[in-house]
Each structure stands twice: as C-alpha cells, then as structure tokens.
Design a protein around this ligand. Structure first.
Ligand code: PDD
Length: 287
C-alpha cells in the first residue's frame, strides 16, 4: 500500500500529491512545520507540539488553518489511512498561494496544509541508539529566530550534509561566543566532566524542543538536576556522555564529536537510562 498524504483538504496518494507552484512555502520558505513521534498510532507530546505550532504561526502572522480539534481529526485520519503504529507525523502550514512577492499577500489567502505520516522501524532505531552515533561541530550561521519552527532549513540541510560526509549523524552548531546552540534537527546535551547534565537554555537562539521539555520533566521526577548553562565543544570533548533529543532522535547517545570519542566511546548510563525513561513517558502520555 502506498502512502497517503493530506493536502489542502483532501487525502491523496502521496505519489500524486501536489501543491501549487506559487505556494509561498515552495517559493519563499514562508511556512512552518511540526513533527510528532508516534507510538502505537498515538501522538507523543501532542499538546507541546500543537502549542508550538500555534506559536510559530502567530510569530509569523500566518493564520491558523483550522481549529486544534479539526487538525487533530485530520492527523488521526492520516495515521489511520497510512496504518502506521510507530513513526512520525509531519505537518506543514504555509502562508498559502499568491503571485510571488516577498511581502505578505494583500488579500489574505488560505494557509496551505500538508500532513504526511511515515513508519519508523523502532527495532532498528533501538539498535542504532544502543550503538550510539557520531556528531560534528559547525559554525552557527542561522537567522536570529530559531525559536520559530520554520521550513527555511538550508543551514540545517548543509550542516547535516557535512555530518553525513564525515560519517556522523548530527551536526552541532557553535555560536560566536563559542558555545554549542543545538543540533541541525535536535537539541544538544552533555553529561559534563563533573557529572552535570547540561543543555542550552531556551533564551538562546534555539528551537524550544518539545522532547527537551518533556525530558527535563522526566529528569526532575527522578531527582536529577539539569544545568542550563552553555557548553563549548571543548566541554563536550571532555564530557562523560553526550546525547541529542528530538521527535526523530527521541534520546540518542552521541559517542563521538568531531571524530573524538566521548567518554568511553560507547553510550553511557545516563543517556541510556534517559532514553528508556523518555520513551516510557511518551508512551504513557501519547494521545
Ligand atoms: N527537528 N532543534 C532543531 C533545529 C530541530 O529541527 C528539532 C526537531 C529539535 C528538537 O525539537 P523537538 O524535540 O520538538 O522535536 C531541536 C524535527 C524532528 C525535524 O526537523 O524533523
């Protein structure tokens, strides 16, 4: 069975799905997106992703395409039609179709909406996490509003390609102050040389990762402490452990940075435990 996509009010075979060539998402990257992990056909961290979607839309003054309830129905129907139990839901909302002009259309256009669903092989993902992945560092070169989940992702694309060419899975951006901001598609964490769990604070120019927020909750619930102090690549090289969080990665151990092993060069106990605690929480709260 081929995949089914939702595009502007209709469910269509994904292979035949299309958008207008003057959709502003296509021509100007004038669009936002969200990604939910799916566990047993249910949305993980649903509320957080919906709230961030509305915030991204609000910051860019793109109209909400439909109510939260209606969007939930559309997403559920997309999941059902694709018969996916474990996977990812991708939602994109553009400012809509209008003759190309950088400024907003003078007459408001209905937002363009796309939903796709893809299956993830959780056994393969577990095997990958059990081995850990590599990361590289790269200079931060994105705009100043990384808190908006915009589809304008060229720096992230190039950073991920740099990682891929180095045989790594993620790239960590390093800002002008020499601190790691986040990954190309995940938030960045270390267990530093003193054993402190560190990740960049959300006043910095980063995406406010939903997985990050849930994981902070999980960490506090088990009596551990998160230190939202910026860290440098040197801190990471000397760290006991490193990992990344995101709807795709969940919690994935990083075992090398720029080709240097982190800790023992294998997934550490903290990242391994946090991965299973996060998955347990995500499954228990998925809707
Ligand atoms: N990426 N930082 C960036 C730049 C991201 O693109 C993402 C997610 C995250 C983690 O956010 P969350 O925990 O809310 O997924 C952090 C998604 C998965 C993607 O682009 O596919």
């Amino acid at each position: 069975m081929g995949r089914i996509a939702y595009v502007n009010g209709r469910f269509v075979r994904q292979a035949e799905a299309c958008v207008h060539i003057e959709d502003r998402g296509l021509q100007l990257a004038d669009a936002v997106y969200e990604v939910w992990a799916l566990f047993d056909g249910r949305l993980a961290d649903a509320e957080g992703h919906f709230a961030r979607l509305n915030r991204s839309l609000g910051e860019l003054r793109i109209a909400e395409p439909m109510s939260r309830a209606a969007l939930t129905v559309v997403i559920r129907e997309a999941i059902r039609r694709n018969r996916v139990r474990d996977g990812l839901v991708y939602l994109q909302v553009s400012r809509g179709v209008a003759p190309r002009d950088h400024a907003f259309p003078k007459t408001p256009t209905p937002p363009g909406v796309i939903v796709t669903v893809k299956a993830v092989d959780r056994a393969a993902a577990e095997a990958k996490a059990a081995k850990g992945v590599g990361a590289v560092t790269t200079p931060e070169n994105r705009w100043g509003r990384c808190d908006i989940k915009s589809v304008s992702l060229l720096p992230n694309v190039l950073a991920r390609q740099q990682a891929a060419e180095a045989g790594a899975a993620e790239a960590w951006f390093v800002d002008d102050l020499g601190f790691v901001t986040e990954g190309a598609a995940s938030n960045a964490w270390i267990v530093d040389a003193d054993g402190r769990l560190r990740t960049r604070d959300t006043n910095a120019n980063i995406l406010r990762g939903i997985t990050r927020f849930t994981l902070i909750d999980v960490i506090r619930d088990v009596g551990m402490v998160v230190d939202e102090r910026p860290f440098t690549p040197a801190d990471a090289y000397a760290a006991k452990e490193a990992f990344m969080t995101g709807a795709g990665a969940l919690v994935t151990p990083i075992v090398s940075l720029d080709g240097r092993p982190i800790g023992d060069g294998v997934p550490g106990p903290v990242a391994t435990r946090l991965r299973s605690l996060y998955i347990e929480r995500a499954k228990a709260t998925a809707i």
